[in-house]
Design a protein around this ligand. Structure first.
Ligand code: HEM
Length: 495
């Protein structure tokens, strides 16, 4: 036998041994035996939703997959997700390492990807600043209403002809977020804004695929870019460069009049300076600020814009629901005065509509990955240290035990009780649950309420072809977005 034959034979023998070796580990059930080295990676398709649904049905509320050397544990059902992420928050609130965090640079900073003291302080400070912006003269509301005026003008310019509004929606939401961060809105034609939005679009499209490189870093060294990881690296570096070296740098040079920050960057820097002046130990610095900037832009803007697109798609598919919302707006606030947050409690049916869209659209279908801090058990199964934990929010949004047999029906009425009041069950968790729960829930909810109330007040949303509205199909990415569709915004004032 020559050396090549020996090597091939040993390789095959090792593979067969690893494949048939009995594993004594009592891991949560798995769909099949994992392959050596890659584990179950070969099973995962681009759209994980139907797969997770099937495995949930076959394997139960907890199942697991081997991804390279790590265990990925998928939690299904409200009770189990709540038990792990809320009641056992000390054990399951960390994040695992992500390729994209590495690509962004300044690893483990900001909020989304950080852990420990850094995460705690950045999250607390950010929530506190956002809360202040939502109070008093309500900076948040002013920003949303200003952008909304521009957005309505743009829509009105389409004069009721069919349009794919995705890019414009992303630009409007992106601009709202940037105004919150910096204090001034961009002109849509501004070169920096265009570049950011372009990179941002690429990022959202490519990020899922690139995570494979985290498990197999040698792939970065191979020629070509099959998993788009090199492209993600270029795009994220460009995003961070603009944020840190242009936007934050320019803001820093402006003088802050004490107590008057109307934007996140200035408010953050003022708080950092206060802590330093008072001699407090702090993790607050410009790198953390830049990462929070990216977190808010990347985690917040796209998800909210996607949520709004779903609202439009459901509205054109359910014209009677849309008409009922319009009548409610007409009766409760009239057609002249622009809706404000003060009107939120009056528009019960609109709120029920938004809740039902958030349930069925399930924009963050699989939440965001957590990490298990130390070896432990869930439901008697062994969970090794550093396992990835996925809260399958889809399993809650589509659970017949919670929503009834008509779980697949679009029915805003399910959120209105017999007294005609809005009633949102605790199981509606589009923003997650526990210590890592979304920090942007308030911001997203206010933005979605104001934008949809204003659009429904002025426009009737219609499909291009009244007899065949666009499908409710989705595209699975970092969030679940509607497949491209066209909508006609017919100005009610001119009809
Ligand atoms: C409809 C819109 C949105 C949805 C559905 C959504 C959903 C979520 C979900 C499911 C998580 C993961 C929770 C977990 O890890 O268990 C999350 C995290 C996060 N979201 Fe949102 N989000 C939305 C809008 C926003 C907005 C507007 C912001 C801007 C402030 C934002 C900022 C964040 C941040 C920073 C995190 C990470 C929190 C942490 O790791 O501590 N999100 N979001």
């Amino acid at each position: 036998m020559d050396l090549t034959t020996v090597l091939i034979a040993s390789g095959v023998a090792l593979f067969v041994y690893l494949w048939f070796r009995r594993s004594d580990d009592n891991y949560p059930p798995q769909p099949c035996r994992p392959l050596p080295v890659v584990g179950h990676l070969f099973l995962l398709k681009d759209d994980l939703r139907p797969q997770f649904k099937k495995w949930h049905k076959e394997l139960g509320d907890i199942f697991s997959l081997k991804i390279a050397g790590n265990l990925m544990v998928v939690l299904n059902s409200y009770d189990l997700i709540k038990e792990v992420l809320l009641k056992r928050a000390d054990e399951f609130s960390d994040r695992p390492p992500f390729f994209v965090d590495k690509a962004l640079g300044m690893e483990q900073k900001g909020i989304v990807f950080s852990n420990g003291e850094t995460w705690k302080e950045q999250r607390t400070v950010t929530i506190s600043i956002l809360r202040k912006f939502g109070m008093g003269k309500n900076v948040l509301e002013q920003i949303i209403l200003e952008e909304l005026t521009q957005f309505q003008e743009l829509i009105s310019g389409f004069k009721g002809s069919p349009v794919d509004i995705r890019i414009n929606m992303n630009m409007a939401m992106g601009n709202m977020t940037l105004t919150l961060l910096l204090g001034d809105r961009f002109d849509y034609g501004d070169a920096t804004f265009q570049k950011l939005m372009h990179n941002f679009y690429d990022f959202v499209r490519l990020v899922n695929c690139s995570q494979v490189v985290h498990h197999f870093p040698f792939l970065m060294k191979l020629p070509g870019d099959f998993f788009q990881a090199k492209r993600v690296q270029v795009v994220t570096r460009e995003i961070m460069d603009v944020i840190l070296n242009k936007l934050i740098k320019e803001k820093k040079s402006e003088k802050l009049v004490e107590g008057e920050a109307n934007n996140f960057v200035m408010a953050y820097l003022a708080e950092r300076d206060r802590k330093l002046r008072e001699g407090q130990a702090t993790t607050m610095d410009e790198e953390n600020l830049a990462k929070i900037f990216a977190d808010v832009l990347l985690a917040g803007s796209d998800t909210t814009s996607t949520g709004l697109l779903w609202c439009m798609l459901y509205a054109i598919n359910f014209p009677k629901v849309q008409e009922k919302i319009f009548r409610e707006i007409e009766n409760e606030i009239g057609l002249e005065k622009a809706p404000t947050t003060q009107d939120k409690t009056k528009l019960v049916y609109l709120n029920a509509f938004l809740a039902e869209v958030s349930r069925l659209a399930s924009v963050a279908a699989h939440g965001f990955t957590h990490r298990c801090l130390n070896e432990t058990t869930i439901k008697g199964y062994k969970i090794p240290k550093d396992s990835m934990i996925i809260p399958n929010l889809d399993s809650v949004m589509y659970d017949k035990k919670i929503w009834g047999n008509d779980v697949l029906c679009f029915k805003p009425e399910r959120f209105i009780n017999q007294e005609g009041k809005l009633q949102i069950p605790e199981q509606l968790i589009p923003f997650g649950i526990g210590r890592r729960m979304c920090i942007g829930e308030g911001l997203a909810s206010v933005a979605m309420f104001l934008i949809m109330a204003s659009l429904f007040q002025r426009f009737q949303l219609r499909p291009k072809n009244m007899s065949s509205p666009p499908s409710l199909n989705y595209i699975f990415g970092p969030d679940v977005a509607p497949a491209p569709f066209e909508v006609c915004f017919v100005d009610r004032r001119q009809h």
